[in-house]
Every structure is written in C-alpha cells, then in structure tokens.
Design a protein around this ligand. Structure first.
Ligand code: PLP
Length: 393
C-alpha cells in the first residue's frame, strides 16, 4: 500500500471544509431546537435556516423566497421534473432534455415516459455540447419543460446555458438546469441566464452530503414534493436538517467568494495534467470540450486498456480516481455520456476521470505523472491487441 494519498475524485464528492463543519456543529448539540417552535432555541434554528437560504439566493442571484432546501441534488432533480410535469399536464406532456444528463434527470424522465409523457433526448456533439438551435427545433406547442445540465459530471463540458435560457424564455417554456457540478466553479445568475429552476447539492462544493436545494422562480407551476407540515412553505414538508442546511449555506458562501482564485488554481493543475499526459502517453484522447470545461476536470480515454484495472492500480499507489463506466459500482455498462460523444464501447471502457479540488497541489500532479504512464505501459503490455499495434499490424 502506498503512503501517499491523492484524491482526484472531487466530482464524486468532496470532504466537508473545516469552517463548514464548525458552523454546523452547534446545531447538532446545544442548538437543537425544532425550527417550527416559538421558544428561543427553535427561533434560533429558524434564523439559521433563513440565513443559509439568503446565502444560496445570493450565490444564484435569486430571491430568498425562491430557494427550497431538499434532501440532495437527486431529490431536487426528481422534484423539479416530476413536479413541473404533473402541474402542467393541462398545457402538454412533452419534455426536452439531453442524452448526457445525470441519471437523476435521465431516469426521472424515463419514469415519466412510463406515465405517458414524451421526452426528447437531444444529442450532443463530439465535445459534449448541446446545440441551442436543436433545443429551439425540438420545442412543440405541448412542451412544458427544458432540462439541460449546466456542466457535465463526467467530461466537464459546460453548456451554453444563457443561450438555451433565452430560447426557452422566448418560447415560454420553463427552463431547468442541473447545476450540481457548476456551483462554485462557474458564475451563475438565474436572471441573466433566464433559468427558471436550478438544482444544486452540498457535497460537491465542500458542504455535507444529503442536502441540496432547488431554485424555483416565482410564479412557476410545480407540485409540492413532500406532503406534511408547513416546512419550506408547505412545498417540502418534514423537520429541517438544520446542521446540513447551515453547512450548505456556509459552503456556498465560501465557494462563491473564492471562485476566481480557486478556478485559476484548478485550471493550472488540469492543463498541466492534460498537456503532460499527451506528451508522455501515446494513443489517448481527451473527452469533453478543451476550453468550455470545468476547471478541475480531466477525462481521458486510453486505447487498449480497461478503466477498471487502471483504477485498481492507481488505488494501490494511493490515487483515488474514477473510470468511464457508469459510476454505479458493479455496473459494467460503459458511460452513456462517453457513448453519446461518439466513443466506441472499448474506448469508453478505457477511460479515466480525474477531478481536482482545493487541497490538490502541483506535487500531486507530479506524483500522478510519475505513476500513471508506467501503469498504462504495463497494462498495455498485457494486451494482445496493443502488441499488434506496436508491430504495425
Ligand atoms: C452528484 C450529482 C447529482 C446528484 O447529487 P446528490 O446530492 O449526490 O444526490 C446530480 N447531478 C449531477 C450533475 C451530479 O454531479
């Protein structure tokens, strides 16, 4: 086992930042009041929730009344898609999304198809970009929702959200974006970008797991998600997870404030990794757009290699990364995202995702660059196909 540990999987999750944990801790112990009560420790919880809501609203350019806390990013995606579909059935039954969405969106859309809704899954180009013109052409009189992710969790491609939002607004169709990967990495302004609904999740920007939020523009017709008490203005009942909400608020505040500096740092790590891997290893390809991509995302396919073996060998060297197969462990299906940008099953299987974060350094990149090329060489040496390639057959 390696003595070194280099975590390069920040798109999967992040640790909780120290300041965030410290902000959360009192709400587990002495400040445990139920926010729906009228005595002072209850009112304190209520106040903490509303302060966190203000921080989320500020980060998105939204009004506090438009922010609703949820149990996760997945919950926010489920709520928005089912909620808009059910509340707007009178208007129509058609939803537009892309073929590279997170499963929280894709599987929810597939479920709605079984309920009689129609879904258009727009293709993407070789870099993973959705064409705004394709969105325009897909709109029908019965279209009730357009849902296009802000930035892709696997290949890092950032979509032209402002352009798509303008089209949705012009056509009078609600526009949702899954911004789980974008918050803290890309500036977001729901008004300038004409976003009507937006999902986010705490654990992708150094907040806790199991907490998310949904932005719902004032006036948007959507069903309530949980039926019960009056929490979240009756739309998402159940006693609030106050520590997690406080943590999410603190994390989004820090992420938004430090965004430029954070991005500069990640871009330097990302670009050196990409450039050096291309210099040192033949037969590789970069997945996702070279410039319109998340600052910390590297996704590379290695021909003649299984991504799973690569991950295991990197793990033995203390490097935590992710492969191109569906992130659901145990699944051997190649990633739907990599197939959508045109990769063959074999190439998709030989893919590696490295996502940098706050604690990573250039020394981590050096270590990766020392470690990865020999592993690739060793694995390829075991591939009969690669032997033939080397012999020029
Ligand atoms: C992680 C992720 C989600 C799911 O968020 P959870 O809080 O883990 O449920 C949804 N969409 C994208 C793009 C993600 O990266």
């Amino acid at each position: 086992m390696s003595e070194r540990f280099v975590y390069l999987d920040h798109a999967a999750t992040t640790y909780v930042r120290k300041e965030v944990l410290e902000a959360m801790l009192p709400y587990f112990t002495e400040k445990y009041g139920n926010a729906s009560t009228i005595y002072s420790i209850g009112r304190e919880s209520k106040k903490a929730i509303e302060e966190a809501r203000e921080k989320v609203a500020l980060a998105l350019g939204a009004d506090v009344k438009e922010i609703f806390f949820t149990g996760s990013g997945t919950e926010a995606d489920n709520w928005v898609i089912k909620g808009v579909a059910y509340a707007n059935r009178q208007k129509g039954n058609h939803i537009i999304t892309s073929s590279i969405e997170h499963h929280a969106v894709l599987h929810t859309c597939q479920y709605l198809e079984s309920e009689g809704f129609e879904v258009t899954y727009l293709p993407v180009d070789k870099d993973g970009l959705v064409s705004p013109e394709d969105v325009r052409k897909a709109i029908r009189p019965e279209t009730i929702l357009i849902s296009i992710m802000f930035a892709n969790n696997e290949i890092g491609t950032i979509q032209p959200i402002g352009e798509i939002g303008a089209i949705a607004r012009e056509k009078g169709v609600y526009f949702h974006t899954d911004a789980v990967q974008a918050v803290g990495n890309v500036p977001i302004d729901v008004n300038k970008m004409n976003i009507d609904l937006l999902s986010l999740s705490g654990h992708k920007f150094y907040g806790p797991k199991g907490i998310g939020a949904l932005y719902i523009r004032k006036g948007v017709k959507i069903t309530n998600f949980m039926h019960g008490g009056a929490q979240e203005r009756g739309r998402r009942a159940s006693t609030e997870n106050v520590p997690a909400i406080v943590g999410l608020g603190k994390a989004i505040e820090i992420a938004t404030k430090n965004m430029d500096e954070y991005n500069r740092k990640l871009i330097a790590l990302r670009d050196r990794t990409i450039d050096e891997l291309f210099r040192r290893i033949p037969h590789i390809r970069l997945n996702g757009h070279r410039e319109k991509r998340l600052p910390g995302n590297v996704n590379i396919s290695f021909e003649y290699i299984e991504g799973e073996s690569l991950l295991l060998m990197l793990d033995m060297k203390g490097i935590a990364a992710s492969s191109g197969s569906a992130c659901t462990s145990g699944s051997l299906d190649p990633s739907h995202v990599l197939l959508a940008i045109g990769l063959s099953h074999e190439t998709a299987h030989g893919s590696l995702r490295l996502t940098f974060g706050e604690e990573n350094t250039m020394e981590d990149v050096d270590y990766l660059l020392e470690t990865l090329p020999p592993i690739v060489e060793r694995l390829r040496a075991m591939s009969p196909l690669y032997e033939k390639v080397k012999e020029g057959v």
